[in-house]
Design a protein around this ligand. Structure first.
Ligand code: SF4
Length: 305
């Protein structure tokens, strides 16, 4: 007997009072079933004070952990246990300790793409959409930022009054690190009128060629408000699906076809269905770590508004 998986998902969501959140890099088939789709900041904000019994997070594990930290009494599920963002493991608590001791007067701002333990040692979390707003409000002049060095470079350009100290050893996103200036120049030659939108996780040489450097939600906003009809997009390819659905009269050109996050693409409607059916895979964060990480996440939410 075959089942209509989309209808089953909709019915399970209703029956179990589920809030389904999907990141902008998810496959359109998953995004279309979500109650809300957004970047990591928007998704964190959606998880605070939600009225549901279960949160199912179609995104990276660190995002689901953030939902657990903000909602200790709720069940948080992720459809695949393999959605581990490699960047989240590039800034270890041991490295943080070394650099916190070396720069005792620095505030510590960590990207949300980190483990809960790393967040628990930070003063504040940041995302690509709120980083400059948050950093400019911190009292200290020196700010340790990590793990992504390209994001740290971007923040330094936007907050010249602060001394941004990237954590050592290059933290990076392997998807955004693929973009080169030649990728952008090649597309620009073919589409000279196109506006170039680049994510701050891309290399500085690529950021310098952009008309606008922004987060995924910033790209959606720019696509909505700009007079341009064509855009060259340098971020994970999943965002392009969303842009094409939301703005069918505009043209979105990927800077690279292979800018694919293989971790985020491990979530499918099939494992989403199983997740809802069997309540798997449950995300947990030890309460002592969650308590401290929550302070850094709540500070981010407070300074973002
Ligand atoms: S796109 Fe990059 S930063 Fe985002 S989850 Fe994938 S590997 Fe991590």
């Amino acid at each position: 007997m075959s089942i209509d998986i989309v209808e089953e998902i909709k019915s399970l969501k209703k029956q179990k009072n589920v809030l389904l959140l999907a990141h902008n890099y998810q496959d359109p088939s998953v995004q279309q079933l979500a109650d809300f789709t957004g970047n990591s900041l928007e998704l964190s904000q959606k998880t605070s004070n939600v009225d549901c019994d279960i949160i199912v997070f179609a995104g990276a594990e660190f995002m689901a952990e953030t939902a657990v930290i903000l909602n200790p009494d709720k069940t948080v599920l992720i459809p695949s246990s393999a959605v581990k963002c490699p960047m989240a493991y590039m800034l270890s608590p041991e490295k943080m300790n070394i650099y916190k001791k070396r720069y005792p007067n620095a505030s510590v701002a960590v990207y949300v793409n980190t483990t809960s333990e790393t967040k628990s040692m930070a003063d504040v979390c940041i995302t690509s959409s709120n980083a400059t707003r948050i950093i400019s409000q911190l009292e200290n002049d020196q700010i340790l930022v990590g793990p992504d060095r390209n994001l740290a470079w971007y923040i330094q350009q936007k907050t010249p009054d602060k001394e941004i100290i990237p954590f050592p050893d290059v933290g990076h996103c392997y998807v955004h690190r693929k973009f080169t200036s030649s990728d952008i120049e090649r597309q620009k030659l073919k589409h000279p009128e196109a506006e170039i939108l680049v994510h701050p996780e891309a290399d500085p040489s690529v950021q310098k060629l952009a008309d606008k450097v922004c987060s995924t939600s910033g790209m959606i906003e720019e696509a909505r408000s700009s007079k341009a009809d064509e855009f060259i997009i340098a971020t994970e390819i999943g965002l392009i699906d969303r842009l094409r659905i939301e703005f069918p009269s505009k043209t979105f050109l990927p800077a690279r076809q292979d800018a694919i996050c293989i971790q985020q693409k491990k979530i499918t409607i099939y494992n989403l269905y199983l997740s809802l059916l069997k309540d798997q895979f449950k995300i947990q964060v030890p309460s002592n770590i969650a308590k401290r990480a929550r302070l850094a996440i709540e500070r981010m939410i407070e300074l973002s508004s």
